[in-house]
Design a protein around this ligand. Sequence first.
Ligand SMILES: CC(C)(COP(=O)(O)OP(=O)(O)OC[C@H]1O[C@@H](n2cnc3c(N)ncnc32)[C@H](O)[C@@H]1OP(=O)(O)O)[C@@H](O)C(=O)NCCC(=O)NCCS
Length: 264
Amino acid sequence: MGEVERNPEARSVFLQFRDELTQGKVRAAERTGKDWTVNVWVKQGILLGFRLGELTQMGDGATLSFVDKDTFPSRRFTIEDHVRVVPGGSSVRLGAYVASGVICMPPMFINVGAYVDEGTMVDSHALVGSCAQIGKRVHVSAAAQIGGVLEPVNAAPVIIEDDVLVGGNCGVYEGTLVRSGAVLGAGTILTRSTPLYDLVRHQIYKAGETTPLEVPENAVVVPGSRAVKQGLAADWNLSLYTPVIVKYRDEKTDQRIELEDWLR
Ligand SMILES: CC(C)(COP(=O)(O)OP(=O)(O)OC[C@H]1O[C@@H](n2cnc3c(N)ncnc32)[C@H](O)[C@@H]1OP(=O)(O)O)[C@@H](O)C(=O)NCCC(=O)NCCS
């Protein structure tokens, strides 16, 4: 046991920190103007919670049983939270902020430190990873995976700004920043290693040493491929996966991704 675990104050400081995460008062990343600032200490605080936590039996025991660190139990929602959690195997950890009007379709998982803003839908089989920041009215479609900062070790959380559609089966990882209004077509994967080809603005976007891959506002990104011109891969006529911006959002896109208001 280390010094921190022996310190009786550490647990109460952590629990207060976790409450502030749950209430959305503390965030893993914050926006000032166009820029996002990562609060590195938030991830460190979460890691502290894992160090302080002790394994405990959770659940009602009669049907399903769970064993996890006692510092990260599941959140319990009340009607006053105005968050719809449809029955059927979803879990939101304490330390995740979920705003009023969010809909969680089972099964889905929202990890600690995540921030999910008003009117967002987290569809079935979706993951909102640790510390991921999801804006207002975002649709995280079925089976979409939004990576976290804890495993594997990542410094910056994924950020999805307001009014983004993350299509079914997408994967957004390694601190990728998706600007507001963007549409990720079904099956698009974005990481620090995937260059993003913009056919409209004739540009190739890449993550830098300290900057994440950034998807521009209102970009419509679909999964594509590019031929490899050199080496064995060329001899074998291979091509590699690459995301491509085919257009910027227009009325047709809006119609294609319109959601059923009645369901809300
Ligand atoms: C991206 C999407 C919204 C289409 O947007 P759109 O504005 O209607 O796009 P368009 O039909 O104008 O297509 C523009 C170009 O991109 C191509 N394209 C569109 N979607 C594509 C896709 N998913 N994969 C590959 N190419 C695609 C079109 O063929 C077209 O190319 P062309 O002009 O050479 O024919 C749609 O493909 C998509 O992925 N929707 C999300 C579905 C989903 O996951 N729903 C979740 C519900 S749970």
